[in-house]
Ligand binder design. Structure first.
Ligand code: AMP
Length: 209
């Protein structure tokens, strides 16, 4: 199954894509993670992407499309994949349409106030990539999974979050209509506990218990 997770920043795309990846045995492909890895490794793509990411803007379409095109050719994508954070523009969606047949697009819908609260409290592990909210951490700043230091992503600062939300509305939200017109869209309200949302996701995919 070739699937897209659509939704604003902080909607839970990564969390739920990861849970589904374990259930379905297909890879989660996060362009945000790929770009952060490229920045850490100091590659030319990373150097180009960093200014855009730090400002909460989108990395140019041609850069991201090239990354995804190469990634989808890898062997582990043969039985399907979950795209998390791609496409983010209509141009990306059209380019994807030329290289892949998408089966379903899961749209996680979360109100702005909830997004702002989630992102301002989000902490990530620089070592294993685990993602948490401060309200679950009982004051600890160490990763519950591997014990390493948790950090706040630079682009989760309040000013950058405001910009990311504006960019989402302007450039990514039009994909809701794009995929709805293709008959591929399923929308889930991304509110509640992670388990509750996951149950709604599975039910939208007709995979519920
Ligand atoms: P994410 O981890 O998905 O929230 O992505 C973090 C940042 O990476 C975004 O705010 C963008 O700057 C950049 N990014 C990730 N995916 C894309 C994409 N498909 N197109 C353009 N920029 C992207």
């Amino acid at each position: 199954m070739n699937m897209i997770f659509l939704g604003p920043p902080g909607a839970g795309k990564g969390t739920h894509a990861q849970m589904l990846m374990d259930t379905l045995g297909i890879p989660q492909i996060s362009t945000g993670d790929m770009l952060r890895k490229a920045i850490k490794a100091g590659t030319p793509v990373g150097l180009e992407a960093k200014t855009f990411i730090d400002a909460g803007a989108l990395v140019p379409d041609d850069v991201v499309i090239r990354l995804v095109r190469e990634r989808l050719l890898q062997q582990d994508c043969g039985k399907g994949y979950i795209l998390d954070g791609f496409p983010r523009t209509v141009a990306q969606a059209m380019a994807l349409g030329e290289i892949a047949a998408i089966d379903v697009v899961l749209n996680l819908d979360v109100p702005d106030a909830e997004i702002i609260s989630r992102l301002s409290g989000r902490r990530v592990c620089g070592s294993c990539g685990g993602t948490y909210h401060v309200s679950w951490l009982n004051g600890s700043d160490k990763c519950p999974a591997c014990g390493e230091q948790l950090i706040m992503r630079q682009d989760d600062s309040p000013e950058t979050v405001a910009n990311r939300l504006a960019v989402y509305k302007e450039q990514t939200a039009p994909l809701i209509k794009f995929y709805s017109d293709l008959g591929l869209l399923r929308t889930v309200m991304g509110e509640g506990t992670p388990d509750e949302i996951q149950a709604k996701v599975l039910s939208a995919l007709h995979m519920g218990a």
